[in-house]
Design a protein around this ligand. Structure first.
Ligand SMILES: C[S@@+](CC[C@H](N)C(=O)[O-])C[C@H]1O[C@@H](n2cnc3c(N)ncnc32)[C@H](O)[C@@H]1O
Length: 247
């Protein structure tokens, strides 16, 4: 097998303005750029970064299990690496934050004897801290995948902030079609109501992908969460509950 190279980069959340110079250099040095993007309007920019840029978005299909999609992405990235190419794989946000195929591609490439590395980038949580004015150092901050938070019950320190990712797809085992998100929020709300009061403010947050546009910030009492219709990219933020009861 030829020896190839893989660099995994993140493109940040805001289209066109959060790619670090270090990551840009990695894109330029690659033979091919493969990318997974959240915002279709960002495709044009990503495609313009490299003469050989290819989207892997078609690997996400409604009804296909997440595991199958992730495996297909890893193999699509590794195929040209195994042929000896220098591949740059770009994921939106930070490539190592709530992204399994990026870590798996790096691990598998290394295990097979290729050079592989991941570069840091701007994640949705970084944007949340900036847009909502949250300093995680003040009270602490726990971050979970919303489905994982329900699947593995554990002590929750309600005096710290809580960030729940992939909230619109909570308890959805498959890739879901656009517009069909948010169906299991009642289950998530029931668990959170064991920990917080019904009046506790929660925030559905979506950082804007557009440099000039503000973030979407929907503040609501926890009791109203089951009726909310979060956007597919929303993250749920719960501020600290002051004097919290750990459960
Ligand atoms: C598969 S993870 C990818 C995270 C990404 N790698 C990052 O660093 O932000 C997708 C989840 O990230 C969060 N997310 C992605 N884009 C976001 C945005 N624009 N605003 C808020 N949260 C976002 C949501 O919780 C979403 O369900």
């Amino acid at each position: 097998m030829a020896r190839g190279a893989l660099t995994v980069v993140g493109t940040g959340i805001r289209i066109g303005v959060q790619l670090t110079p270090e990551s840009r250099a990695a894109v330029d040095a690659a033979d091919e750029l493969l990318y997974v993007n959240a915002e279709p309007l960002g495709d044009h920019w990503l495609a313009s970064l490299h003469p050989r840029a290819r989207s892997l978005a078609s690997l996400y299909r409604p009804g296909v299990s997440r595991e199958q999609v992730y495996e297909a992405i890893v193999e699509a990235i590794l195929e040209p690496v195994r042929a000896g190419a220098r591949i740059c794989a770009a994921f939106y946000g930070h490539p190592g934050v709530f992204v399994r195929p990026s870590h798996e591609a790096v691990a598998r490439a290394r295990a097979e004897g290729h050079d592989a590395r991941m570069l840091p980038a701007v994640s949705a949580e970084d944007c949340l801290f900036a847009d909502l004015g949250v300093d995680p150092a003040l009270d602490g901050c726990a971050s979970y995948d919303a489905t994982g938070f329900l699947a593995r019950p554990r002590p929750v320190d309600t005096t710290a902030a809580l960030v729940l990712w992939q909230v619109a797809a909570v308890l959805e085992p498959h890739a879901v079609a656009a517009g069909s998100h948010g169906g299991n929020l009642d289950v998530l709300a029931a668990r959170l109501l064991e920990l917080y009061s019904p009046q506790h403010e929660v925030v559905l947050y979506e950082a804007s992908p557009f440099p000039a546009a503000p973030a979407l910030v929907e503040r609501l009492p926890l009791a109203a969460l089951p009726e909310a219709r979060p956007t597919p990219q929303a993250t749920l933020y719960l501020p600290p509950a002051g004097t919290g009861a750990a459960a």
